[in-house]
Ligand binder design. Structure first.
Ligand code: ADP
Ligand code: ZN
Ligand code: ZN
Length: 695
């Protein structure tokens, strides 16, 4: 027999198969050891053929195997994302199983009576139980300390994860029944994609639970993907509450040993339901029947390192390979999903009450930026009578755009319809590279009051403390998120407070369970719109809609939502205020059709970095020129200069293409050929298919 073996080494130069002789038992998917040059390396058999293979070296050993669908998935990832098979296989190969005996799981009983130090440790436990070894590592404590806390009744130690959430078996609403039936029907028909468009609080999670129930009854397993598991412990807890020990929870905080042990439970068929972030899409669940992608609009489903896969596309591909149903759930579907998934069910009403009314506050008319009169009044009511408010101030990536403070005008690229970014004394398009001198006056109204968007808002927290000494003021942003356990602790403190206001970035708008929020406000909606990205409208709409779904709760629907903006007439603002998701998407799709953006064409980005701006530009230009002849019919934009990052200059080229697979193949070949040149120039080039960020 002759085996085609792909070496599992990272060098792009040997991203190809080599032939070896092999014994009769060697099959596609076998993990082997072979000699490559003078080294012994690991490899994977991608195919076998008859023949005696005279003159070929032999396969030295067989060490394991990869299930067929997962090998095919890895090959598809390497090809689709211009990566290498070795890197793609790195995603699907299970980590080595831990050798230690399984840990007990730590479950929070109460914070009452805990010392300050103990409270810090308890903050890491949160609402989702976690293994003892993970807690010891995360909290910097010892096993004995935790055991003593168990002795004092602060925590319980369970042999297997037990959720503190009680499982509530509700009677499904008619809408939920329809959604479950559509998904189960797809499962029985051999799989397929289903978009579940349900407003916040409409009971989407209950739909996933019922569909998974049906899958388990048919002997099939399930994967549930959630964006940020550390911040949504309740979601994971609801799966453990319903399915108990058959659930494996994978999140970035768990120790390698624990991860190995969980993967062993999954492969053995002991854990049939896997709940985890992005990479859980690769879990080797046997007889996979369901993949649920919760909050499918979330950008964290894109992996921002090679292979730059999109877990939503991977889920769709894996669903086809395994004849599984793939459920995409969200309150704000992506235009790509709206146009691309014909099977759609909707849950238009919130369980336990209508969505709150939304007020738009025109910042041009109200002098009180960033705290306007209506907002001050709403917060004063909380200060008087108690309650909770969430204030969103989304600064990320938007600090360097300008707008007119008199009429609200912003500066956009006429070709790409994205916000222009301030580079020194010029305004630059981060998509195509167009550059204009900085204007002195507004072209619409003549005003010279031009200012940075969002400037002067850093002191929101201080201002709030000054205005309302009785309110607890809390902050949740990237600084806080960088400290392990801190965001969870902040959210917990907020949930328990009687009168509090939480100020933060988009982290505060995401799907945390925050009952009893009576006011939700966006301080400056234009910040999100100013991100130099063709998805700025989609992201803004999503952010506003999600935030608008926060206030109120079953039996207490008097919530208040305020959107402060300099552009109260813009579609994302107007339509989010009306909860008009379908109307927004139809209009957004039309805009994208005209501009050649996804889903009408796909984007492929080539990002070059180097010490010098000129070198980064040259690398991007060289690759674009070399690739162009093979990209017939595609539109190439750039090179566009980007800001320096971590002391490196950057430049990128964008390809708008109807054949992303072809572009990926062409660029994968180019990167292999250029690897040595790039190293010599101390430059890097990265290919990003379906980029989700352009920073
Ligand atoms: P979503 O995921 O759509 O935001 P959830 O699934 O979290 O919504 O449901 C919101 C709340 O409504 C949860 O507390 C859930 O237990 C409850 N719920 C869901 N379905 C029902 C139902 N059919 N009857 C009563 N309560 C329900
Ligand atoms: Zn103006
Ligand atoms: Zn442009």
């Amino acid at each position: 027999m002759i085996a085609r073996v792909h070496p599992l080494v990272t060098a792009r130069a040997v991203d190809q198969g080599f032939d070896y002789t092999a014994g009769a038992g060697v099959e596609r998917g076998a993990l082997v050891e072979v000699e490559l040059g003078s080294r012994t390396v690991r490899g994977i058999v991608t195919g076998v053929a008859e023949g005696d293979g005279e003159g070929l070296k032999p396969v030295l050993a067989v060490t394991g195997s990869v299930p067929g669908p997962l090998l095919e998935l890895a090959e598809w990832i390497a090809a689709s994302y211009a990566s290498t098979l070795s890197r793609a296989l790195g995603l699907v190969l299970p980590p080595p199983a831990g050798t230690r005996a399984p840990d007990p799981w730590v479950r929070l009983i109460t914070m009452e009576g805990a010392t300050r130090r103990q409270a810090e440790v308890l903050a890491h436990v949160g609402l989702a139980p976690l293994p003892l070894s993970d807690l010891v590592a995360a909290a910097g404590t010892t096993r004995d300390t935790v055991r003593r806390m168990a002795g004092r009744g602060l925590v319980a130690l369970d042999p297997a994860p037990r959720a503190p959430v009680d499982d509530v078996r509700v009677a499904l609403t008619g809408e939920q029944e329809t959604a479950v039936a559509a998904c189960v029907e797809a499962l029985d028909a051999g799989g397929g994609d289903v978009l579940v468009h349900g407003v916040t609080g409409s009971g989407k999670t209950e739909v996933y639970l019922r569909v998974i129930d049906a899958a388990l009854a048919r002997g099939r397993g399930a994967i549930v993907l959630v964006p940020e598991i550390a911040l949504t412990p309740q979601t994971a807890a609801r799966f453990t509450a319903r399915f108990g020990h058959t659930v494996a929870v994978l999140h970035s905080g768990i120790s390698p040993a624990r991860r190995g042990a969980e993967h062993a439970r999954i492969a053995a068929g002991e854990a049939r339901v896997v709940v985890g972030a992005r990479s859980a899409v690769f879990a080797a669940v046997p007889d996979l029947g369901v993949i649920a992608v919760d909050e499918e609009h979330d950008a964290s489903y894109k992996h921002e390192a090679d292979p730059r896969y999109d877990a939503r596309r991977v889920a769709a591909k894996r669903g086809r390979l395994e004849r599984a149903v793939v459920i995409y759930g969200t309150a704000t579907p992506r235009p790509e999903s709206w146009a691309g998934i014909p099977r759609r069910v909707s849950l238009p009403s919130r369980v336990g009450g209508p969505l709150p009314a939304v007020g738009i506050v025109d910042l041009r008319a109200d002098g009180g930026y960033p705290l306007t009169r209506p907002l001050i009044d709403a917060l004063a009511a909380i200060d008087d009578r108690g309650g909770r408010a969430i204030l969103l101030q989304n600064r990320r990536g938007a600090a360097s755009a300008i707008h007119c403070r008199t009429c609200g005008r912003t500066w956009r690229c006429p070709r790409c319809d994205v916000s222009l970014v301030l580079h020194g004394r010029r305004l630059v398009c981060h998509h195509c590279g167009l550059a204009q001198p900085l204007p002195r006056a507004c072209a619409t109204c003549g005003s010279v009051d031009l200012a940075h968007i969002g400037a002067g808002t850093a002191r929101v927290e201080d201002e709030l403390r000054g205005l309302y000494p009785r309110l607890e003021v809390m902050r949740l942003d990237a600084d806080v998120a960088a400290r392990p356990g801190e965001p969870e602790a902040t959210l917990r403190a907020f949930r328990r407070a009687n009168a509090a206001v939480l100020v933060g970035t988009q982290l505060v708008a995401k799907g945390h369970d925050m009952p009893g929020v009576s006011v939700a406000a966006v301080l400056d909606a234009d910040l999100a719109l100013a991100i130099p990205d063709f998805r700025a409208e989609e992201r803004t709409f999503g952010l506003l809609t999600q935030l608008a779904g926060r206030p109120g709760r079953p039996g207490d629907p008097r919530g208040r939502v305020l959107i402060q903006t300099w552009s109260p007439e813009l579609r994302p603002v107007v339509l989010a205020a009306r909860h008009a998701v379908g109307e927004f998407l139809e209009g957004e799709l039309e805009r994208r059709r005209d501009l050649g953006y996804p889903p009408f064409r796909r984007l492929v980005r080539v990002l070059a970095t180097a010490d010098e701006a000129a070198v980064a530009h040259d690398v991007a230009a060289t690759i674009a020129t070399a690739a162009a002849p093979a990209l017939d019919g595609d539109i190439l934009l750039g090179p566009a200069p980007l800001g320096r990052l971590r002391d490196r200059s950057r430049s990128h080229v964008l390809i708008k293409t109807a054949a992303a697979g072809r572009a990926a193949a062409v660029l994968r070949g180019l990167l292999r050929d250029l690897a040595a040149d790039l190293r010599r120039a101390h430059a890097t080039a990265v290919v990003d298919v379906d980029p989700q960020s352009f920073g």
